[in-house]
Design a protein around this ligand. Structure first.
Ligand code: AMP
Length: 458
């Protein structure tokens, strides 16, 4: 298992075509998970669900929308973190109870999944998956008779870890963000979506709101529960509010550059990290290039700050998934040749600064240096716009052990040799914070300090 991507969630309330809007939103969240996709829709009486393995555009065809009529919906794209890559673990999860149906879409990972599941199994609950999300659903169901709001509040007090949730019943959508706001979740409005009335949308990233031609309203706050139904919007804050510590890797790698998370535009954050990187680790060169997609913002920031011209230099094949899909190390390494190629006319005879957003195993960077040299680069100076990833994440990005992380097992000079670059530098953690101008992030993958205590060995 490798460094895994996470998930994307959406919730729609009060739109004539909630399934179609969810489909658009999920398509724009596709970068957050390519393994499975699903949409649950309520027609007012019953919740209907369609989910399958694959990309959003593969999972849904026209006929599915015939069965997915209604104005309330939740949707999900997934890349496995906890639980295996099987259809049983595809989301949303839907269960029907005495009081009705509940569907749930979750981005994040619970750290107390095992004891909670054991407790539920001891009291008679059965499970159809190995996903931590199903535990959340069963917990809500267990106290549903107290009312939906109380059931969600009770559940939130029991679960620990990272979670951005979109929950629905036949007539309500609920959004929840964990007390540290580790995973992002925002709220938007879609004008005149149902008989002239506005609809609401909850989504992992603001780019999903844009794709529905909606208007961004605000981010859901850490520890906030937002309930949307015929009475409008209601917000509840958990009493025990902890510090905001959004995953910094969202800005480094995951999120789309056109999204704004907690008031910080993702692309702007990348420019600024590139600028600080240029200040910290300058080098004489002829051109700056960025590794698409997530390295480009930082490369442009580096180029601006250093005055060295930015050129395209590398092109990415649009039609293949992320490198990590290849199951073995050998296949992963060769996937880089399929995924990335150099533009010889940009690079031949030049001293090249190449910026990538991160080095995890070192696979991409090693191959990349080869590709650049093959295209005639005279010197290759590797710069990385995040600090060395030394620790696994158990809050939504799964790395089983430290020994797969090259920065955990090698010193800087060893890594430089290993990837074959003429020079190598990472931005410092202080530099990253300087780029943001604030320190409100989970930086666990760089520092080993996590906002939520870890039950698992790292
Ligand atoms: P590696 O090849 O293992 O060193 O991985 C680093 C490369 O993978 C960089 O180009 C990153 O943009 C990208 N990357 C970083 N994190 C992830 C992730 N969670 N899933 C897929 N790719 C990633």
């Amino acid at each position: 298992m490798g460094f895994h991507d996470e998930c994307g969630v959406v919730g729609i309330y009060g739109a004539e075509n909630a399934a179609a809007l969810s489909y658009f939103a999920l398509t724009s969240l596709q970068h957050r998970g390519q393994e499975s996709a699903g949409i649950a829709v309520s027609d007012g009486e019953t919740i209907h669900l369609h989910k399958d393995m694959g990309l959003v555009s593969d999972v849904f065809d026209k006929d599915h929308f015939e069965d997915l009529k209604g104005s309330v919906a939740v949707g999900h794209v997934r890349y496995a973190t906890a639980g295996g890559r099987t259809i049983e673990n595809a989301q949303p999860f839907l269960n029907t109870f005495k009081l009705g149906g509940i569907a749930l879409a979750h981005n994040g990972q619970l750290v107390n999944y095992e004891p909670l599941r054991e407790m539920l199994e001891d009291s008679g609950s059965t499970f159809s998956s190995t996903s931590d999300t199903e535990v959340i659903l069963k917990l809500i169901a267990r106290s549903y008779k107290k009312g939906l709001e109380a059931a969600v509040v009770n559940t939130i007090q029991l679960i620990k870890g990272s979670y951005a949730l979109c929950i629905m019943t036949e007539d309500t959508v609920i959004g929840v963000r964990d007390p540290n706001g580790i995973r992002p979740l925002c709220l938007g409005k879609i004008a005149g979506a149902h008989n002239g009335k506005d609809a609401y949308i909850l989504a992992s990233e603001s780019c999903a709101i844009d794709s529905c031609n909606g208007e961004f309203v605000r981010d859901i706050e850490p520890g906030e529960i937002i309930i949307i139904n015929k009475n409008g919007l209601k917000s509840i804050h958990l009493e025990e509010r902890t510090k905001k510590q959004t995953c910094i890797f969202e800005y480094v790698y995951f999120a789309r550059p056109d999204s704004v998370i907690d008031g910080i535009p993702v692309q702007e954050a990348r420019y600024r990290m590139g600028k600080v990187l240029a200040e910290e680790s300058p080098v004489e060169a002829d051109v700056v290039i960025g590794v698409p997609d997530s390295g480009i913002g930082a490369a442009q920031g580096y180029a601006r700050a250093s005055g060295i011209p930015y050129v395209t230099g590398i092109i990415k094949n649009k039609y293949i998934g992320r490198t990590f899909i290849a199951p073995t190390q050998k296949e992963r390494e060769n996937m880089v040749f399929v995924k990335l190629n150099a533009i010889r006319s940009d690079l031949e005879g030049k001293r090249v600064i190449v910026i990538d957003d991160s080095i995890v195993r070192g696979t991409t960077s090693r191959r990349l240096v080869q590709i650049l040299r093959r295209a005639g680069a005279k010197e290759v100076h590797f710069r990385v716009s995040s600090s060395p990833v030394k620790f696994p994440c158990y809050l939504g990005i799964d790395t089983p052990s430290k020994n797969e992380l090259i920065s955990s097992t090698h010193e800087l000079e060893e890594i430089r040799k290993e990837i074959g670059a003429d020079s190598l530098a990472f931005i410092s953690l202080e530099g990253m914070i300087k780029a943001f101008g604030e320190d409100t992030f989970c930086k666990g993958c760089f520092s080993g300090e996590y906002p939520v205590a870890c039950a698992r060995k790292v």
